[in-house]
Structures are given as structure tokens and as C-alpha cells.
Design a protein around this ligand. Structure first.
Ligand SMILES: *Cc1c(COP(=O)(O)O)cnc(C)c1O
Length: 357
């Protein structure tokens, strides 16, 4: 691994109490180029733009996938990643489906640790604070040929993130648009999945909904995901989430919620959720909560759900009554080293990782 430190770091002008998530980038990034059938050396270099041709295959044919994960700082300044091996496995599943080369553990886990260690000062600490990390792979070959590319770039960039709190939102159950299809790429974190979801989401926004609950593409009778999150429904005291499949992304947060719920003795059912069951439960008062889960916001609680032109309201639960918020707190406490980690999910980022390599 090559480390090229920035000669012009911006960290001294970073204000952890006042920054823009997603637009503020840490001083360094990881890059690694693929050419002639193999990956080159992993490099940690100063963050900045790279030169590309508009004929780059990644932007023309969409061979591009990514990951989303976080690093957390505890009150003693120790830094942790959360289940990074899950993201490593998943980026390679995405890459395989998009006919892109797999990344190595040295590139992904090694790159993450080196980058996060070097820029640990950029990780804000305190309630709800973290560093959002974006590993990605895309085709860089300059060629207008619709085939598998021969050149790729793997990169890791990161932006400081704050506050898990998101106000309860209203969501629309999709009765026409679909996020994924049988035999498609829904399980992959393919960049194009996001592009395809923006327009239907914009239409839902115009109808007064913040997000969409995606339903299956053939009948629209079963829940799949919500926005870019996995979805959970609570009826009475049982929580339901659909099984992962080639249409439903295998979220790390979803899996963690399932394990945390079981640990609390909450009844969990991983089974398809029919829209009809959901609507019936809302009408007979047994529907208690609906929420989405994902790395970025952890939990997004839904206050109302649009179906057939009707806006159905959900009960307002206190933090203690809410399974969503209780499990969110369990998760965040483990992520930020405020609770025991019986699952072995936290991965400490050692100091001066590179000096030992
Ligand atoms: C990333 C993503 C999720 C959440 O996955 P996490 O690993 O929990 O962050 C859920 N659904 C889709 C479509 C996603 O892209």
C-alpha cells in the first residue's frame, strides 16, 4: 500500500459542529486501478477530482456499484468500523452481478483501515456523529462499446455525518413503479438502481410523500423495501420483514435489527408482508409501527402510509413503546462502544495502521 499524505490538509478548518453531510470530504481517499486483468497497488492519496472522458464506460453503460458504511469514535477517541466484512462480501456480490472484478481484502478492509486511521481527526464524536464511508467500483475504460469493460477504478471516499434523528415521514405504497425485478439487480448496490428510483420518488414527493414503499414488480401486493432501506412492520408485538432475495437487498442494518430483536425476546417473522394484511391491520388497530432501516439514518419511522389515494395514519408511540427506536438505540450503543458487543460486530481501527504494514 502506498500512502501519499496531503501537503495541504483541510482538517484545521473543519468545524464538527457546523458541516454539510455529503459535501464535506476528508483529506484523503483510497484508489486502486484495474488494468490488464489485475488490480494495481492500493494507494491512499489526497482527496480530489480525477480526470475522465465522457466516453468512460461506467457512465455510459452503468457498470458501477458501491457500499455505504460508517466509522464511529467513542468518548475515549477510539475508532471502530461496524461489521465491515459484510460490506466487503456484498460489494463483491454486486461486482459479480455487474460483471466487474472482485476487490481484494487488502483493498477493501486494508484500505478502509488505513484511510480511517489516517483521517481519524475527521470523525466527529458525540451523539449521532460518525464518518460515512463510500467504497465504490466503476468502469473507467474509454470506449463506446456495450460490453464488459477492461479498466476499473476502486475508490473509498468519506464524509463526516451527524444526527440520527429524522422526523417521522409519510410514505407511499407503490402501485406502479418497481425498484427491482426477478432476475434483475435489486440485491446489488448497483448505482443504476438509485437512478431508476429517483423519478418515481419525485412523483411521490409531488403527491406529498417523502418516500416510497416498493412492492413486488409483478403484482404490487407484497412489500419489498422502503426508499433505499429495508422495511420492518410491527403488528401487535410481532415484527415482520420480508426475506432477502434477488430483489431485496441484504442490509447490514436489517440483519443487525433482527439479531437485536431476538436478543430482546421480541417475536420476529421473516416472511412476505402482504399489502392487504398491512392495510387490514391498520384498519383494525393492530398495526403499531412501520419503519425503514439502513446505515445512513439507521431508522426512519413512518407516520403515515399512502395507499389507493388514501393517507393512513400510524399510532404515535413514545420512544419506550417503539420497537424501532428501542432497537435503534441498542444498535447505536454497540456501534459507538457504549454497550457490550456480544455479537463481535465492532472492529477497532488501530492507530498507525500503516507503520505496522
Ligand atoms: C444500502 C441499501 C440498504 C441498506 O443496507 P445497509 O447495509 O443496512 O446500509 C437497503 N436497501 C437498499 C436498496 C440499499 O441500497
Amino acid at each position: 500500500m502506498i500512502i501519499q499524505k496531503s501537503t495541504n490538509p483541510r482538517i484545521s478548518s473543519f468545524d464538527p459542529n457546523n458541516f454539510a453531510f455529503g459535501n464535506t470530504f476528508i483529506d484523503h481517499m483510497v484508489i486502486c486501478e484495474y488494468e490488464n486483468g489485475k488490480w494495481g497497488e492500493v494507494k491512499v492519496v489526497p482527496y480530489g477530482p480525477l480526470p475522465f472522458s465522457p466516453a468512460m464506460m461506467g457512465v455510459n453503460y452503468g457498470q458501477a456499484c458501491f457500499e455505504g458504511m460508517k466509522a464511529y469514535k467513542d468518548k475515549d477517541g477510539q475508532v471502530f468500523l461496524f461489521r465491515p466484512e459484510k460490506n466487503f462480501a456484498r460489494i463483491n456480490k454486486s461486482a459479480e452481478r455487474l460483471a466487474m472484478p472482485a476487490v481484494t481484502e487488502e483493498m477493501f478492509i486494508g484500505g478502509l483501515k488505513a484511510l480511517v486511521d489516517l483521517d481519524r481527526a475527521w470523525i466527529p464524536e458525540g451523539e449521532g456523529m460518525s464518518l460515512y464511508i463510500r467504497p465504490l467500483i466503476f468502469a473507467t475504460e474509454e470506449a463506446l462499446k456495450a460490453r464488459i469493460a477492461n479498466k476499473y477504478l476502486f475508490a473509498i471516499v468519506a464524509t463526516p455525518a451527524k444526527s440520527y434523528y429524522t422526523a417521522p415521514v409519510s410514505v407511499k405504497i407503490s402501485d406502479y413503479y418497481s425498484r427491482s425485478a426477478n432476475g434483475g439487480v435489486g440485491f446489488a448496490k448497483a448505482a443504476g438502481n438509485y437512478a431508476a428510483s429517483f423519478y418515481p420518488t419525485q412523483l411521490a414527493n409531488e403527491e406529498g410523500y417523502e418516500q416510497i414503499i416498493w412492492t413486488d414488480d409483478s403484482t404490487h401486493e407484497y412489500f419489498e423495501e422502503s426508499g433505499t432501506m429495508n422495511v420492518f412492520v410491527r403488528i401487535n408485538d410481532t415484527i415482520y420483514t420480508p426475506p432477502t432475495s434477488e430483489k431485496i437487498l441484504d442490509g447490514v442494518t436489517r440483519d443487525s435489527f433482527l439479531q437485536l430483536a431476538k436478543r430482546r425476546g421480541i417475536e420476529v417473522k421473516v416472511e412476505p408482508i402482504a399489502v392487504k394484511t398491512f392495510i387490514d391491520a391498520q384498519r383494525n388497530g393492530t398495526l403499531k409501527e412501520v419503519w425503514g432501516v439502513g446505515t445512513a439514518v439507521v431508522t426512519s419511522v413512518f407516520q403515515s402510509v399512502g395507499y389507493n389515494g388514501e393517507k393512513l395514519e400510524l399510532p404515535r408511540l413514545s420512544n419506550e413503546e417503539s420497537f424501532a427506536l428501542t432497537l435503534q438505540k441498542d444498535l447505536v450503543d454497540i456501534q459507538t462502544n457504549q454497550a457490550e458487543d456480544p455479537f463481535g460486530w465492532r472492529v477497532l481501527v488501530e492507530k498507525n495502521v500503516m507503520e505496522t504494514v
